[in-house]
Design a protein around this ligand. Structure first.
Ligand SMILES: [Fe+2]
Length: 205
C-alpha cells in the first residue's frame, strides 16, 4: 500500500466512502450494514487525508484498509445506488478507471438529490464525519453532510467536475439512459426519471 501514489490513494479512498454512503442510504440497509458503513465513514474522514499526504504513514494506511474492508461488508450486503450506476457509464463510455474519481465527483450531487428522501440518514452521516449537529435543523445537518463530502474530496485533490474528466454535454442523454439500466440504481433511496439523472450529471459537470 505504501507504494500507491497519492492520486490512486485518494481515488480508492473516495470509492470506499461512496460504498459506505450508498450502503448507508440504501433501501435494503440493515443494522449490520449501518454499523460497518458508519465506522468506515469515520475512519475515511480521519485517515484518508493523512494517507494521501504521506503514503508511508502506516497508521493511516492500516486504518484505510479497515475502512475499505468495512465499506465492502456494507455494500456487499446493502448494495449501492445512483453514484455507482452513473459512474459505471462514465467508466465504460470514456474508458475512465472505475473508481474513485468518477464516484467522488458524482457523490455530492447524487446525495444532494437523495437527501430529501432520507434526511435523517444524512444527519447521521454528518455526525460520522465529525460535524457537531446539535444546534442544526435536520435540513442543515443533512446539508452539512454534503458539504463534508465536498470538502474531503477537495482536500484529497479530486477534480471539481466531470468536464475535467472528459465528459461531454452531448453524451449525457445516452449516459443517463444506460445509468437507468444499471442494477446499482435499484437500491437508491429516491427514484429518478431520465430527466433527473441527466440533471444530476449536468450539476456534476
Ligand atoms: Fe466502487
Amino acid at each position: 500500500m505504501v507504494s500507491m501514489p497519492p492520486g490512486l490513494t485518494a481515488a480508492t479512498g473516495m470509492d470506499a466512502l461512496t460504498h459506505s454512503i450508498e450502503a448507508f442510504v440504501s433501501t435494503i440497509a440493515t443494522p449490520v450494514t449501518d454499523a460497518a458503513a458508519l465506522k468506515s465513514i469515520e475512519l475515511i474522514k480521519e485517515f484518508l487525508p493523512r494517507a494521501v499526504k504521506d503514503g508511508s504513514d502506516i497508521e493511516a494506511r492500516e486504518m484505510m484498509a479497515y475502512a475499505e474492508y468495512l465499506a465492502g461488508i456494507a455494500f456487499n450486503n446493502a448494495s449501492l445506488g445512483y453514484v455507482h450506476a452513473m459512474a459505471h457509464q462514465l467508466g465504460g463510455f470514456y474508458n475512465l478507471p472505475h473508481g474513485g474519481v468518477c464516484n467522488a465527483v458524482l457523490l455530492p450531487h447524487v446525495e444532494t438529490f437523495n437527501k430529501e428522501a432520507v434526511p435523517e440518514r444524512f444527519v447521521v452521516i454528518a455526525q460520522a464525519m465529525g460535524v457537531d449537529v446539535s444546534k442544526m435543523s435536520r435540513a442543515e445537518a443533512a446539508e452539512a453532510a454534503i458539504d463534508g463530502i465536498k470538502k474531503l474530496a477537495a482536500e484529497v485533490g479530486i477534480p471539481a467536475g466531470l468536464a475535467e474528466l472528459g465528459a461531454k454535454e452531448e453524451d449525457l442523454n445516452v449516459l443517463a439512459e444506460n445509468a437507468m439500466k444499471d442494477v446499482c440504481g435499484a437500491t437508491n433511496p429516491r427514484e429518478a426519471d431520465l430527466a433527473e439523472i441527466i440533471g444530476i450529471y449536468k450539476s456534476a459537470m
